[in-house]
Write a protein that binds this ligand. Structure first.
Ligand code: FAD
Length: 320
């Protein structure tokens, strides 16, 4: 089942340990948050309300879509939805897949697709790996993360899957559904470089340009938000203990900025312990939380760069 499954089981057990202090209400869709932290939700066809002294919002994130000609054709998926299909539903989105976008989730998705029996044609990473070296020192001591990253890259290499930085899809083609895709090298601004186009036969394109923090619930609460340029998204303002500008309303996890499951768990510690826990996580991980997404992305570029340098006869940057 893998270590994620084991970790998940451990978390569920911890939650059960605290029952009946914590009541788990499943299938609950929150549709309103009113004054004094009154939460309204629909559960099993019934509208319910709950009031609390403190409210912690951890509403996650959603895929950032990036349009290109042909992106509405059947067979084009966002990376997150494809990953969910493979990991959770155990369903393959297609047989011959091109991955395009940016960030570490692409590598996770490619590995999962390979393990599930799909053919991965290429992984296109829009960003260049130039300049990634300057982030190397920040990952000293991050052995688990490095191990995970190397594992993903090793799986790609074992499957002889090209991992092309500074490349992106420019068109998905097909009458009823995708049957081929055109990609090209891109410059620093993400513009295709004429003459570098390649056409590949595929039945599926997965496009992943990262995730956008969900802020619907924190907005419903009236919390102040700020634009985070490195995320290209709005996030709720909060202090060191994760309390927002609305007293008694806290935030945690991907809705405060994208950093993966480990940081989301650290941020979710009980309120009195939060400050110490986050400080500790910062010291141990050496990750600056507001820049966490950027750093993790650079980390994977670095690994990609090292991997490509190790290929026999490889060139430093683009491979195709
Ligand atoms: C497909 C996919 C694969 C991933 N794989 C990895 C991986 O391999 N390694 C890794 O480190 N990270 C991975 N991540 C990221 C990781 O899942 C997140 O960083 C982590 O789950 C964040 O936890 P969270 O509690 O902030 O949000 P989530 O786990 O996303 O939880 C948010 C929850 O809020 C609920 N919610 C939102 N709005 C409402 C509402 N109005 N009413 C009721 N409920 C609501 C959602 O249904 C969801 O259950 C992946 C993410 C995705 C999308």
């Amino acid at each position: 089942m893998g270590k994620d499954y084991i970790q998940g089981t451990k978390l569920i057990r911890e939650l059960e340990h605290y029952s009946p202090k914590i009541e788990l209400i499943e299938d609950a869709a929150i549709w309103g948050i009113f004054a004094d932290r009154e939460v309204a939700f629909l559960s099993k066809g019934k509208n319910e309300e709950l009031k609390s002294q403190k409210l912690i919002i951890a509403e996650g994130a959603y895929d950032r879509p990036m349009p290109f000609p042909g992106w509405t054709l059947p067979g084009v998926f966002t990376g997150g939805s494809a990953l969910r299909m493979v990991k959770t539903e155990k369903v393959l989105p297609g047989k011959k897949v091109l991955l395009t976008g940016t960030g570490p989730l692409q590598l996770v998705l490619a590995t999962q697709l390979l393990q599930a029996g799909a053919e991965v044609v290429s992984v296109l990473e829009a960003a260049s790996s130039t300049g990634a070296w300057k982030y190397l020192h920040q990952f000293w001591g991050q052995w688990e993360l490095i191990k995970d990253g190397l594992h993903y890259l090793w799986e790609l290499r074992r499957g002889k899957i090209p991992y092309l930085t500074s490349h992106a899809i420019i068109q998905a083609r097909g009458e009823q559904e995708v049957n081929e895709a055109v990609y090209a090298r891109v410059d620093r601004d993400g513009k295709p470089i004429p003459g570098t186009e390649k056409t590949v036969e595929v039945d599926t394109v997965c496009t992943g340009h990262g995730l956008i923090p969900s802020t619907r619930l924190s907005r419903l609460c009236g919390c102040e938000h700020k634009y985070e340029p490195c995320l290209g998204a709005w996030v709720p303002c909060h202090d060191e203990s994760m309390e927002t500008t609305v007293p008694g309303v806290f935030v945690a996890g991907d809705s405060t900025g994208i950093a993966g499951a480990l940081v989301a768990m650290e941020e979710g510690f009980p309120v009195p312990a939060q400050e110490q826990v986050i400080q500790k996580a910062r010291q141990e991980s050496r990750l600056d939380l507001p820049r966490k997404h950027q750093n993790i992305t650079h980390f994977f570029f670095l690994l990609g760069l090292l991997w490509r340098l190790s290929l026999p006869g490889s060139r430093l940057w683009s491979t195709r």
